[in-house]
Each structure stands twice: as structure tokens, then as C-alpha cells.
Design a protein around this ligand. Structure first.
Ligand SMILES: [Fe+2]
Length: 208
């Protein structure tokens, strides 16, 4: 049966995020990959044994799949953004222009993204780009940017929209280094270590 494999990320020393914090977090990501595989195996196993007898259990395992799968995939988006170290945004690049137009300025976007990240509870602050929101007159060739909050890993995901930037706001993402009331310091550290080239590449792939 097909198996997902844990991805390895080339992440240098980060500013404001310790090696221990990163190691703990990568370990958690590995757990999601393991559980995606495990969940699929378990469903197949129960189906082979007795589909009717285990119908209720199988349904409940299926309900759980989005949590494990999105937990795996969202962390891949997250860690990729730190690969090869902090890299500045391209001035007047597509990402800056399209997002600044939507939010008034690049700084307003950063502020808004951080505010969404401060939403109570665990989840993700995500910048999406909606390809179906693109008008023929779009000067940037990309769709409408949306910033959204995802609860857990899977509640509030916008269907079919590519992720441009993902910030993990589960407490496990920062509690080795920061207390819950220091969430904002973690958000600052997240921005400080970002390779903006990764987010720009994701948006460029959406150009038609
Ligand atoms: Fe996480």
C-alpha cells in the first residue's frame, strides 16, 4: 500500500526559535505522517476483517483522516518556509503587489496576518490565493488573496485554494520558547526567519 514519507527540511539556526523548539516540532510533524499511514492501514485492516461489524469504527476513523492529513501537509508548508534561512521579499514582486493592493499596504497585510494569528485557540493563520477569484483584468495574473484562520488543522480550510503562507499557532509551535501570553513574540520570530522566496514561488506557480 502507498505510504507517505516524512520530509526532511534544510533549516539553519533560527533567531528567536531554539533548536529544541524546532526539534520538538519536527517530531510532532513526524507523528502526523505516521498517523496518516496508520489510519489508512487500520481502515483497510478493519474492512478486510469485517466491513459490517466494524462499520461504525471505520466511519469514525474516516472522520479523523482530515485532521491527520492536514496536520502533515500544513507542517510541510510551515517548515519549507524556514528552509535556507531568512530571505527578504522581492520589492515590487507579484506577492507584494497583489497583497498590498488587497490590504492597503504590505505592512497592513503583515499586521492583519499577525492579528488573525492571535485568534484564540489552536490553529493556523494562512494566506491563500483563490485562482477562481481572478478577473480577466487582474494586473498580476494571480487570484484573490485571502487570509483565513484554520482551527485545529482542518476546520475552516478553504476548498481547493493553494496555501501561500502558513503560520502554525498551536501552542506546541512556540511553548518551548514562549509562554501563551508571549504569542506575539513567537509571531515576530516567525516573520524574522521566513524565506519569503518560498511564498513567492508558491504564488508564481498560480500565474496563468
Ligand atoms: Fe505544529
Amino acid at each position: 500500500m502507498f505510504q507517505y514519507e516524512e520530509k526532511k527540511f534544510t533549516i539553519p539556526d533560527l533567531k528567536g526559535l531554539s533548536e529544541k523548539q524546532l526539534t520538538v516540532h519536527l517530531g510532532l510533524y513526524a507523528g502526523y505522517v505516521k498517523h496518516v499511514n496508520l489510519l489508512r492501514e487500520k481502515i483497510h485492516e478493519l474492512e478486510a476483517e469485517d466491513r459490517e461489524k466494524h462499520a461504525y469504527t471505520i466511519s469514525e476513523l474516516r472522520r479523523r483522516f482530515g485532521f491527520e492529513f492536514d496536520g502533515m501537509r500544513m507542517h510541510e508548508y510551515y517548515f519549507e518556509q524556514f528552509e535556507h534561512g531568512s530571505t527578504p521579499l522581492t520589492t515590487n514582486g507579484t506577492l507584494q503587489k497583489a497583497v498590498s493592493e488587497k490590504y492597503g499596504s504590505w505592512e497592513s497585510f503583515l499586521e492583519h496576518f499577525a492579528t488573525v494569528g492571535m485568534t484564540r485557540g489552536v490553529g493556523w493563520s494562512v494566506l491563500y490565493c483563490d485562482p477562481r477569484g481572478k478577473t480577466p483584468a487582474s494586473p498580476y495574473g494571480v487570484g484573490e488573496p485571502h487570509t483565513a484562520w484554520i482551527g485545529d488543522h482542518e476546520l475552516g480550510v478553504l476548498a481547493g485554494l493553494p496555501v501561500i503562507l502558513a503560520m502554525d499557532m498551536w501552542e506546541h509551535a512556540f511553548m518551548v520558547d514562549y509562554t501563551p501570553s508571549e504569542k506575539k513574540k513567537y509571531i515576530d520570530a516567525f516573520f524574522e526567519n521566513l524565506n519569503w522566496g518560498t511564498a513567492e514561488k508558491r504564488l508564481d506557480q498560480e500565474k496563468t
